[in-house]
Design a protein around this ligand. Structure first.
Ligand code: SAH
Length: 352
């Protein structure tokens, strides 16, 4: 995707947001041989350098021309928090325009997973979510989403084997940039991650779920459900007023039919809002017979709202469901000592 950025009054092309073919066109226009594209793409996405100066197999003159034409600013690590409880690392990144986003690197038995942001802030207005309270600023560019992974990987020295789009922002509200990011992440000439190792989480923008299904990218779709009736869901998630649970479930079924990929549902448990046995019955009825996975998460309390929960309630809700024949897991909570739930750190930072 060609995105221009003004840097000291000069318009430059964001090089990290260009696909291989788009870069090839630019390099050809510069009158350079085509093998240069492969070299440059490799520097950017395999060796992950953050400056043209480091591209040592290119002549000094070419590096200078690249610098004039393209924009390649790295993310700046504003703050890094290391969990003492597990190996979770949380990054607060500063972007070139001074705004902030967060990424969280988590260690599981099967490898390292990174949770990345897709927007600076969020418009969706979910009542329990810190990302939305600090307000929406702008969409992230494909290159900025990629750089969260590259920077965390370089800084931590860890190999990253999966990506979840569950950080700040609503990925389907930044659809084109997110899809472009996924294509770049997947390119075997670059980072080369299989999209089977990617999970995209949405609050439920129904038309975009259909659009995503059409692309059949092979990723896992996770839907933040959090309630099984429209009244309760609309109270905590304004998006439900635009797309009811019925419309959402229809889109999820269509996603499964088109892609054969099981959909996951997130259910943030909130004491005396959605954690009763009757809530479990509604949920079981809603998902009956649909091949899916349910993840129960005790809501993470944030300052601005009085929602609370705990692991005990989550285990109890899980039991209610299993008595109704529905399997669910209670999500392991990582990095609780470093406020690893996305949005909390940015919120704190913006308040200051
Ligand atoms: N906008 C997307 C992805 C970002 S939020 C979405 O809504 O899915 C990632 C997940 O964290 C979502 O399931 C969201 O509902 C959940 N979440 C946000 N704030 C939370 C909190 N305080 N406690 C528990 N889960 C939370």
């Amino acid at each position: 995707m060609i995105i221009t950025i003004t840097d000291n009054d000069v318009e430059k092309i964001d090089i990290l947001s260009l696909t291989f073919d788009e870069l090839a066109v630019q390099i050809e226009r510069m009158g350079e041989k085509s093998f240069r594209t492969k070299q440059i793409f490799d520097w950017l996405h395999v060796k992950k350098v953050t400056s043209f100066d480091l591209m040592t197999n290119l002549s000094a003159q070419l590096r200078e021309r690249l610098e004039e034409k393209f924009w390649l600013k790295s993310l700046f690590i504003s703050k890094r928090l290391d969990s003492l409880a597990d190996n979770t690392v949380k990054y607060l990144y500063k972007l070139s325009d001074g705004t902030h986003i967060e990424s969280v690197l988590m260690e599981y038995d099967y490898g390292n997973t990174i949770c990345v942001s897709t927007q600076v802030g969020c418009k969706m207005g979910c009542k329990f979510c810190a990302s939305t309270i600090a307000g929406f600023v702008r969409n992230l560019r494909p290159g900025e989403i990629l750089q969260q992974i590259y920077t965390a990987s370089a800084d931590s020295g860890r190999k990253i084997s999966s990506v979840v789009l569950m950080g700040i922002g609503e990925p389907l509200d930044n659809f084109d940039n997110v899809v472009e990011f996924l294509r770049l992440l997947n390119d075997p000439r670059g980072f080369g991650m299989s999209l089977r190792h990617v999970t995209l989480s949405t609050c439920g923008i129904v038309p975009k779920i259909y659009q995503l299904a059409q692309l059949d990218l092979g990723l896992t779709l996770t839907v933040s459900l959090h309630a099984a009736d429209d009244k309760t869901r609309s109270e905590i998630m304004p998006i439900n007023k635009a797309y009811s649970i019925e419309k959402l479930m229809k889109a999820c079924r269509s996603y499964f039919d088109k892609t054969s990929r099981r959909v996951s549902f997130e259910y943030a448990l909130i004491n005396s809002h959605n954690d009763s046995i009757s809530d479990a019955k509604k949920l079981a009825k809603l998902l009956e017979g649909f091949p899916c996975h349910i993840n129960i998460i005790p809501v993470n309390s944030i300052k601005e709202c009085d929602f609370v929960s705990d692991r005990k309630s989550a285990q109890r809700f899980k039991r209610y469901l299993s008595d109704l024949g529905i399997n669910a897991t209670v999500r392991r909570t990582l990095g609780t000592d470093i406020e690893a739930a996305c949005g909390q750190l940015r919120r704190e930072y913006e308040m200051k």
